[in-house]
Design a protein around this ligand. Sequence first.
Ligand code: ZN
Length: 405
Amino acid sequence: MIEQAVAELTPIVGTRPACRALGASPATIYRRRRPPEPKPRRPRDAPARALSEPERQAVLAELHSERFVDCSPAQVWATLLDEGRYLASERTMYRLLAARHGGVRERRDQRTHPAYRKPELLASRPNELCWYPAPHEPIVPRELFDRAQTILKERGEDQSQRRSNASEYLLTSRVRCGRCGQAYIGTAAHGRNGRYTYYTCFTRHRYGTEHCSNDRLPAEKLEQAVTRQLWKVLNDKTLLTAALDHAYAQLAHRDGEHEDELSSVQRKLADARAAMDRYFQAFEHGTMPEDTCAPRIAALGEQTKALEARASELATLADSEPVQRISEADLDAIRQRVRAALDDGGPMRVKAILQELTDEIRIDGRDAIEPTFPCARGSTTVRIDGANRSQCEPLRAAPRRADVA
Ligand SMILES: [Zn+2]
């Protein structure tokens, strides 16, 4: 910092006056400007006890001699010591060998353990990776078993044929068959031009059209129709106002219920306290023995405690702020956010919105699709209108279900 200030002042007043003005040492400033050349290191003296060159050669000669050629330095060192000769320590022998031959290492092949891997579950469904030898002869001939498997697979019994991508079917668990009451599930078929996704009645998919003949609907078109209808409902002022009126009426009703309960709890509390007082008085006047009053008083005490807790709970609820009615501007903001998410949110985001804002989509046929939205709860249910209905027609050439190997 000071050095920088000195550097700035120097061209104006010179180095020394600048140093004087700023209280810096001129020697330090000059040294920093022209740092001294680094001095070459002095070579280290050999330690007094180090082996001389001829001694080193003697050790190496011994290590390389015919009789020790297959021995380790430890064996050489011990053998020589047995003979009364000490040339160098074992470590020095290693050092000399390393200096002469590079890294000294174990020359035999050593077993290396494979890297440990955490065990993981590779099965994607029950009993997939385990099998047990049956203790008896096959009950069913092989061909019959295979045929049954094929039929099961065609009927969709096979879990692997079910949808695999969680985000693929946006209306999962919301669509219900109006004819048999089962859920509509996401299914896929492989046709000539690729893969087609549908919503299909579970009964129809599993047991065939003779059990439920309700229409199979193209997934994307149904999703688009429901999204369009949802958007329409969100923009329907009359519908939303009715739904909001209903919701706020329910809230007010709940508050009223809390008040009623509070006064009832307070009455019970007063009764319990009065009863306790009567027992105390009877005991004090000696008209009732202690072992008769004690259990009753204990029970009344418990009851009082529970009632007090409930009363304070209800009082807190009553004290809380009354709910403010949502403003028109807030509603618009919510609408805009939903629109933005529906337009450019990823499939998971759109799915979350559809799941949150849809109660149920009842399907009576491809021309009778009836979604219920919670934002229109308490008013009439909305039907997908004629314009949207045609969107839910199946693709003209319904692809046949191809077997997946
Ligand atoms: Zn059905």
